[in-house]
Design a protein around this ligand. Sequence first.
Ligand code: DOR
Ligand code: ZN
Length: 341
Amino acid sequence: MKTLTIIRPDDWHIHVRNGVILKTVLPHTAQQFARAIIMPNLKPPVTTVAQALVYREEILSALPQGAKFTPLMTLYLTAATTIAEIKAAAESEHIYAFKLYPAGATTNSDAGVADINAIYPLLAALEKYALPLLVHGEVTDDNCDIFDRERVFVDRHLTAIMRDFPHLRVVLEHVTTSEAVQFVEAASDNIAATITPQHLLFNRNAILAGGIKPHYYCLPILKRETHRQALIKAATSGNAKFFLGTDSAPHTRDLKENACGCAGCYSAFGALELYAEAFEQADALDKLEGFASFYGADFYRLPRNTDTITLEKQTWTIPHTYSDITPLKAGENLSWKLVSA
Ligand code: DOR
Ligand code: ZN
C-alpha cells in the first residue's frame, strides 16, 4: 500500500462560520490541521479583539473531545478600525492578522473597505505593529469583467500597497491568475500567496460546461486552464511564497442551489486528499509537505508542527452531503485518504 507521511499541515485560510455550521465543519479541519487562520467575515463581521476572543471560545467549544487544534484569529479591517484596535490586536496572543475585503467583493463583505487610500493610516499601523495584512485581491468595479478582477486589483492596488509599505507583510489570498503568481514571485519576500484546492484542480469549465454547477462557484471565480497551470506550477515549485489555504467556505445547499447562489466551495472534509490529488497529477507529491506544512508557518513566524499525518493511496467516494452542505466533488472519487492523524 502506497502511503505518504508528512509533518502535520496548517490551513492558512478558512471559513468555519459559527452556530450550527461550525459544529459540522470544524471537526473536519481539526482532524487534518494543527492550526488554521480563521476568516472574520461573520454576520456581523469580527472587527474587534473582544469579538474575536468570543468567537475563539465558540470555536474551542465546538471541537471534538481530545482534538488538538489551534484557531488563529483574524480581524476584519474596515474604514472604522482604529489604530488602538490594531495595537490591541498586536498585543493579543490570539490575533494573527487583519483581513482586507474590498467592499462588496464577496460573501459578507459589505462592511469592507470602499477606498483603499482612506485606510493608509491603518496599513501604516499594521506595518508598525508587524501584523500581516490578508488581502481578498479583487476590484469590485461593476465595469470590470469578473474574470479580470484579480489582475486589475494587483495592478491598481497591490502594487501601490507593496511600494508604500515596504515592511508590511501581505498574503494575497486564494490567487487564481498567472498575473497574480508573477506579481508575488517578482515582489519582495514580504508578500506570499495562498492557493485553494479548487483552483488547482479545476478551471472555469467546471462551473459552466454541461450545465451550471453552483458548487464550483467561488470567489475569485475559477479561471481558464492557462491560469490553473500557472497555479500548479507555483504550488509545486518549492517556492516558499506559495502555501496552503483552502478557503473552505461552507454554505447550506439551499443557498448554493439558488437563483442568486452564494460563493464558496466546501473542501475541509478532505482538504489534504484534494491537494494530494492535484500534486500527484503534476508528479510533484514530494513538494506537498513544504506547501502544506512548512512555508505558511515560516511566513507567519510560527514554529513548524512536529507531529505527522499519513495519507494512503486508497479510492473512496465523497459523500453527497455533510449535514446540509454539499462538498466539493460530491459523489466523485478521491484516490488518497487520510488514515492516521
Ligand atoms: O468563495 C468565497 N466564499 N470567496 C470568498 O472570498 C468568501 C467566501 C465565503 O465566505 O463564503
Ligand atoms: Zn475566504
